[in-house]
Design a protein around this ligand. Structure first.
Ligand code: NDP
Length: 390
């Protein structure tokens, strides 16, 4: 029986993970579940799955969690330290599905205890890729990708010599506004941006798909995870979302990963790796699909992709700054302080203002440097937004 913990259990990825656990109760022993504000969901799942521990990120919700777990025998805890402790509880496999940079420290705590880290939280590698991969090497822990594109690349690379890889192609649906006229983008609302043509995901990643900040994070994630040079990572718009990524090899072959847009494939792949197991995902009927289409992304529609190139060229703490600025710009867009197109302008401004201050750290940096760069970038983003409002 595999001992597992799920960080971000109440979210979209967390719930898909729990769905797979429910289908294989003999296969998994649940150690810890963590969540944020959705106490009812967290407590219900912890009870049902017989988790040893349930943790909310919010101290002020501890009493509610305790009340919801009364009589269940599930231990309750709250706060950032408790999240890290939950991740550090001995387990064989830990799902990292907290949204945002808040997932970084718990992910590192899971790696520190030697657990296999199933990484949905892409922000972890964007903000601190070299530190995270070094932590995995030091503890001998395995990191497995859960982002569908990275899982696809991982699967295409199985058994291949990494030196023979010429390029990887990450696909993107193009998000909610793929077919909107460019001039209409300025009027886009958070509700419109939070509608994805193909995937059912959390609100933040769905809006990030419309702006392609999500794809920008994924390009950086691919560089950090696979050690691929940025020039060899391409992005293609693929409206059908059936080909998740392609790997091109030196001999001219391309291996594509094709499957329905259902995160339970990538999650299940990481849960059962290195073997393949039966998963409850739809089987594709390609004759019915008929056609697959691809086109290059328009840089005017998706400026976030250009910013990702800049971040990879800068290296060092640029990823931490980029991610934090993006998270705050997104908060301000959701709060309707900012227009949709202004998010990338704010992030660009923050990079320009904050990068010079962090350049001395570009060669090597610590986790504290990452947290400090993240903190400063958030303040800077708030200041940039405030200047725009005034
Ligand atoms: P959701 O917003 O659906 O869920 C986020 C989870 O994190 C919830 O459990 C939430 O708790 C918890 N949470 C929110 N804020 C904090 C915090 N500050 N500290 C601790 N926990 C917190 O996100 P998704 O499931 O969509 O995404 C999770 C991660 O996976 C992201 O990094 C995303 O980019 C990545 N990912 C998601 C995909 C998807 O299909 N959804 C695909 C590929 C990657 P609560 O809801 O209780 O407040």
């Amino acid at each position: 029986m595999k001992r597992i913990s799920i960080l971000g259990a109440t979210g979209s990825i967390g719930q898909s993970t729990i769905d797979l656990v429910r289908r294989d109760r003999e296969g998994f022993d649940v150690v810890a579940l963590t969540g944020g504000r959705n106490i009812a969901r967290l407590a219900a799942d912890a009870r049902e799955l017989g988790a040893a521990l349930a943790v909310t990120a919010h101290d002020e919700l501890l009493d509610d969690l305790r009340a919801a777990l009364a009589g269940s025998g599930v231990e309750a805890a709250a706060g950032a330290t408790a999240l890290n402790e939950a991740a550090a509880r001995p387990a064989d496999w830990v799902m990292s599905a907290i949204v945002g940079a808040a997932g970084l420290a718990p992910g590192l705590a899971a790696l520190g205890q030697g657990a296999t880290l199933a990484l949905a939280n892409k922000e972890t590698l964007v903000a601190a890729g070299p530190l995270v991969m070094a932590a995995a090497r030091d503890s001998g822990a395995q990191v497995l990708p859960v982002d569908s594109e990275h899982s696809a690349i991982f699967q295409a690379l199985r058994g291949e010599d990494p030196d023979t890889v010429e390029r990887v192609v990450i696909t993107a649906s193009g998000g909610a506004f793929r077919d909107w006229p460019l001039e209409r983008l300025a009027t886009a609302t958070p509700a419109e941006a939070a509608t994805h043509p193909n995937w059912d995901m959390g609100q933040r990643i769905t809006i990030d798909s419309a702006s392609m900040f999500n794809k920008a994070l994924e390009v950086i994630e691919a560089k950090e995870f696979f050690g691929i040079h940025p020039d060899r990572i391409e992005v293609l718009v693929h409206p059908e979302s059936l080909v998740h990524a392609l790997v091109g090899f030196r001999d001219g072959a391309m291996i594509a990963h094709v499957g329905p847009p259902d995160m339970r494939h990538a999650i299940g792949h990481a849960m059962y790796w290195p073997r393949r197991s039966d998963l409850p995902v739809a089987r594709l009927d390609l004759a019915q699909v008929g056609q697959l289409s691809f086109h290059a992304p328009d840089p005017r529609r998706y400026p976030a992709l250009g910013l990702a190139r800049q971040v990879m060229a800068e290296g060092g703490l640029a990823g931490a700054i980029f991610n934090a600025a993006k998270e705050r710009a997104l908060d301000h867009f959701i709060a309707r302080h900012l227009g949709f197109c202004h998010m990338s302008e704010v992030v660009e401004d923050v990079l320009a203002r904050e990068m010079p201050a962090t350049r001395p750290n570009a060669a090597g940096f610590s986790l504290d440097d990452v947290f400090e760069a993240d903190r400063r970038a958030r303040l800077c983003a708030d200041a940039v937004v405030q200047e725009r409002i005034e």
